[in-house]
Design a protein around this ligand. Sequence first.
Ligand SMILES: NC(=O)c1ccc[n+]([C@@H]2O[C@H](COP(=O)([O-])OP(=O)(O)OC[C@H]3O[C@@H](n4cnc5c(N)ncnc54)[C@H](OP(=O)(O)O)[C@@H]3O)[C@@H](O)[C@H]2O)c1
Length: 253
Amino acid sequence: MRLEGKVALVTGASRGIGEAIARSFAAEGAKVIIASRKIEGLTAVADAINADYPDSVFPKACHMGHQDQIDELFSWASETIGTPQILVNNAATNPYFGPMLDTPEGAWDKTFEVNVKGYFSAIKAVATRLIDEGLPGSIINVSSIYGLRGAALQGVYGMTKAAVVSMGRTLAVELGPANIRVNTICPGLVETKFASVIVNTPEFSKVYTDRDPLGRWAQPEEIAGIAVYLASDESSYTTGQEFVIDGGYINAG
Ligand SMILES: NC(=O)c1ccc[n+]([C@@H]2O[C@H](COP(=O)([O-])OP(=O)(O)OC[C@H]3O[C@@H](n4cnc5c(N)ncnc54)[C@H](OP(=O)(O)O)[C@@H]3O)[C@@H](O)[C@H]2O)c1
């Protein structure tokens, strides 16, 4: 019960990596607010986790590209459950797959809006409240290995993930004096809806599995352990770091 007494908020938790993190947080005793655009998916996840860990998960719809909805999410969280001391920025989008020079302007704007501005707005909402209330916090941003290396055919997405790495390093410095830690998780390929095109296309997935020392992609649960560690007091002296969870992929070849 490493997160007992803590309130956490996980974005993009109606499936995939966010769902796995929310379940692990609930198992460790946290109260977990889960957010994404569609309430139906969130409610199903909340019901499933609450069946195992009663009264631990609270769903709330929020588009992380819309500032008014982000403001409403964090006001609601503070007023009804408590200000989150753990924030996992995980909801992201990748609407365009192809050569970077051909990226449609709308896809560029949407990717930055959700993946960068949305992450920053959520951090600002949490950090300002924690500072006002004199509480410590742990902010965990989900980036990608494509934030650390070239991302052919996913160029703008890779840029947003690199921006998340930079955001984490800077905010760790600026928020450290308030005992608010900021760390970044960089997963490799994980079997989710988000990555289904790659996982389900042998031509793409083989490029990954051939290079990966473990010879496979990950399941969402394999990303949750590091999130629990970073959320818990076990990581109390850890901030401003990136944690690559990729089966050794970027280290190989
Ligand atoms: N899967 C991989 O191989 C991989 C690798 C590296 C990094 N990542 C990162 O891991 C994170 C989670 O991805 P995943 O693979 O778990 O994807 P996923 O299974 O497709 O889940 C994405 C989640 O984000 C929500 N979402 C999408 N757009 C949103 C928006 N504008 N506002 C709020 N919620 C939104 C979705 O729910 P709704 O549809 O209800 O909004 C869903 O809950 C992302 O940051 C992604 O970049 C994934």
